[in-house]
Design a protein. Structure first.
Length: 195
């Protein structure tokens, strides 16, 4: 608890009105890779509590930001939120209705499973979420779109990285400073989906 309260990114999030310190991970990656542009259509998978949506809404003025999550999320101006599992056919159909024929410029996924404490099971669930997000991104991105996904070093990571390399023209790894040093999390950035 002490580490959380004294974390400079937590303090900045409170001061700057972001819902979570994770906002600074996206801000840092976007400063380097220029993912979020005015007029872009962006989807945030696993969006709650909404800090990545806040960043996307600020940076994509004139565009559309969609958020999907199993958990409820308080409304954010300029964000169209749909509660449900994006791998569920009914939820996906409703999302596609709201998308109204648009192709997506950016798919974001900062999802992580609820931690059970059993490392192998947690890693397997994290990898499964990455694979679901990858399938969603490849199915919905426009040809020059990009996909940013949180993954975790461990069992299945190299296989997922290879899948990213096969399904995107380029796939790079990012470890923002806002990501805790001891954390196994990294972000994989795919550009230009194949197929």
């Amino acid at each position: 608890m002490h580490e959380h309260v004294t974390d400079p990114y937590v303090q900045r999030a409170v001061a700057e009105g972001y819902r979570a310190r994770a906002a600074f991970k996206l801000i840092e990656i976007d400063a380097r890779d220029h993912l979020l542009r005015p007029g872009a259509t962006v989807v945030d998978l696993g969006a709650a509590p909404g800090s990545w949506c806040q960043v996307a809404a600020q940076r994509c003025g004139g565009g559309r930001v969609f958020a999907l999550d199993l958990l409820p999320m308080e409304a954010i101006a300029g964000v169209d939120f749909l509660q449900g599992d994006f791998s569920d056919e009914a939820v996906l159909a409703e999302f596609e209705r709201r998308l109204d024929g648009r192709r997506i410029d950016v798919v974001l996924s900062d999802m992580a499973p609820n931690i059970s404490g059993v490392a192998a099971a947690d890693q397997a669930r994290a990898a499964a979420l990455c694979e679901l997000a990858l399938d969603f991104a490849v199915d919905h991105l426009q040809p020059h779109g990009c996909f940013l996904v949180k993954a975790f070093h461990g069992e299945g990571f190299e296989a997922f990285r290879r899948a990213m390399q096969q399904r995107f023209a380029s796939a790079q790894t990012r470890k923002p400073k806002a990501s805790r040093e001891r954390s196994a999390e990294v972000y994989l950035l795919g550009r230009q989906p194949r197929g």
